[in-house]
Design a protein around this ligand. Structure first.
Ligand code: ATP
Ligand code: ZN
Length: 214
């Protein structure tokens, strides 16, 4: 009989990758990564790792192609996939903020009424504006959002910020934080019992690693 294995989707290479790989290492779970291969089976835990673009991970977990995944909360919410958050991981912390050209005055979010805002996060921004009773046009663009005001595409941007240096170098200032994010572990909504038992084992180790750091 084939043994049950957890399939775990991780970002192939980016701001989540190193800390994700490190987390499993600290849990004593060994696997090869960075070899250019798309997947790798652990040599000492019943798990297989898939290396993917972060944006694709919630969809794979929803579809059951992967059982678990590590993504930023921002991506998990934006993709709107039906998955469960099983644990917050405390790394890749960042915020999603609205920024405007440095020279512009700003009093409140209502200053954005009727304006164009460029973002890669139309769902998160749309929900926030609706909650706050602000009506603005959202321009979805997939990258280099912070140049939008200088090329006349939008009057404001809504983008991921950590230190703020990218905003600064594009002549922008942060005026509102709409969402705070960190890396989370997501899981499929209907894990079979054996996989759930493996997940519980994994979470037990992750919590022990986190407790040892605090
Ligand atoms: P991919 O090629 O996998 O699609 P990407 O370019 O979309 O990668 P990254 O820039 O690697 O994504 O960011 C991945 C996640 O890391 C983001 O969704 C966010 O949760 C978090 N993140 C983004 N920017 C920062 C930052 N400056 N500091 C810390 N965490 C960040
Ligand atoms: Zn991405």
């Amino acid at each position: 009989m084939a043994t049950t294995m957890l399939r775990i989707a991780l970002q192939k290479s980016g701001r989540l990758s190193e800390d994700s790989y490190q987390l499993f290492k600290e849990c004593g779970i060994r696997f090869d990564y960075g070899t250019g291969k798309l997947k790798s089976v652990s040599s000492n835990f019943p798990a297989e790792f898939l290396f993917l673009r972060d944006d694709d991970i919630p969809g794979y977990v929803e579809d059951g192609v992967a059982d678990l995944g590590i993504v930023g909360e921002n991506v998990a919410v934006e993709t709107g996939r039906a998955v469960q958050t099983v644990h917050k991981l405390g790394f890749s912390k960042c915020r999603l903020s609205i920024a405007i050209p440095r020279g512009e005055t700003y009093n409140s979010l209502h200053d954005l009424n009727g304006k164009n805002i460029a973002t890669s996060y139309p769902r998160l921004l749309g929900n926030y504006l609706a909650e706050q009773g602000v009506t603005a046009q959202i321009h979805e663009i997939s990258g280099s959002v912070e140049i939008a005001p200088s090329i006349g595409l939008a009057e404001a941007v809504c983008d991921i910020v950590s230190s703020g240096s990218t905003l600064l170098s594009n002549g922008l200032k942060e005026v509102e934080t709409i969402f705070r994010s960190e890396a989370i572990m997501i899981a499929s909504n209907d894990l079979e019992a054996e996989k759930q038992a493996l997940l519980d084992k994994l979470l037990f180790r992750i919590k022990a690693v986190q407790a040892a750091k605090n």
